[in-house]
Each structure stands twice: as structure tokens, then as C-alpha cells.
Ligand binder design. Structure first.
Ligand code: 5GP
Ligand code: ZN
Length: 136
């Protein structure tokens, strides 16, 4: 292998691990994903962790987050398209499993105007009651 290339890929990996460790130390949902803050798990696979919202706004209120730290959909690059689709599909799977046959809402608050309070990309799955529109 080209020496420069392998040095560069090692450096990239070191930076990736450093960034991950930094987020894991400071980000609430990274801490929940890694288990240092307890949560009630609803679903998990190698890419995604879903857990009950601590302040439920509906009888069913689940948060679906990527295991890797992504601040919001604003920060999700083209390489994250499959992951974004996976998150949406998992939300629909959880809704099926929770028997939300009458319908539900999937919300992705983004940035300050969007009402995002935790800067780790997450989908809200809300259901189990009639939800009003438009939101506030
Ligand atoms: P956002 O306002 O960013 O769209 O949503 C953040 C959500 O995270 C809120 O619905 C809030 O209730 C939930 N939340 C905040 N802190 C915690 C926590 O420590 N544990 C759990 N399970 N949910 C949390
Ligand atoms: Zn995070």
C-alpha cells in the first residue's frame, strides 16, 4: 500500500475516534446510546437505537437516533442517505409493532426555529391519540 495513503487513513481514523469520544463525552444522546445514561430501549440494531422519551407528549413517544453522532439533518451529508432512510423505516416498524393502526406522526425538529433541543439527530414517533395540526 502507498505509505502516504495508509498514513492518511490512520490519521483519518484517529480523528474519527477522537471526534466520537468527544461527542460521547458531551452529547446527551451519545451517552444514552453508549449506556452511560439509562433509558428504556424500544429497538436497537447496529445503526440505530430507539428509546422512550423521558417527557412523553403522546401515549406512544419514541425517539429514534443513529448510533453515530450527527448533529441534525442539516449536518447529514450525501453519504448518510441510506442511514436516514433506515431511521424512517425503523420508525414505521416500531409504529407497526406498537399497533398504531389509526396513524401516527414522525417529527424531526431541526435547529433553533425547528425547536430542536438536543443536538443529536433524532426522529420522534408520536401516536396513540389524535394529534392536532398545525404544530405550534
Ligand atoms: P427535541 O426537542 O430536540 O426535538 O427533542 C428532544 C427530546 O428528548 C424531548 O422530547 C425530550 O423530552 C427528550 N429528552 C431530553 N432528555 C432526555 C433524557 O435524558 N432521556 C430521554 N429518554 N429523553 C430525553
Ligand atoms: Zn451525539
Amino acid at each position: 500500500m502507498n505509505k502516504d495513503l495508509s498514513a492518511r487513513s490512520i490519521l483519518a481514523r484517529v480523528l474519527e475516534v477522537a471526534m466520537y469520544t468527544g461527542h460521547a463525552m458531551s452529547c446527551l444522546f451519545c451517552k444514552i446510546v453508549e449506556g452511560s445514561i439509562p433509558s428504556t430501549a424500544v429497538f436497537q440494531d447496529d445503526l440505530v437505537y430507539a428509546f422512550a422519551d423521558i417527557g412523553p407528549k403522546a401515549p406512544v413517544h419514541v425517539l429514534i437516533v443513529p448510533r453515530e453522532h450527527i448533529g441534525s439533518v442539516k449536518e447529514a451529508g450525501k453519504d448518510k442517505r441510506a442511514l436516514l432512510g433506515h431511521l424512517l423505516w425503523i420508525a414505521a416498524e416500531i409504529a407497526r409493532e406498537k399497533k398504531l393502526d389509526k396513524g401516527y406522526r414522525i417529527v424531526v425538529n431541526t435547529g433553533e426555529d425547528g425547536g430542536q433541543t438536543v443536538d443529536h439527530l433524532h426522529l420522534h414517533l408520536l401516536g396513540g391519540r389524535m394529534l392536532t395540526w398545525p404544530p405550534g
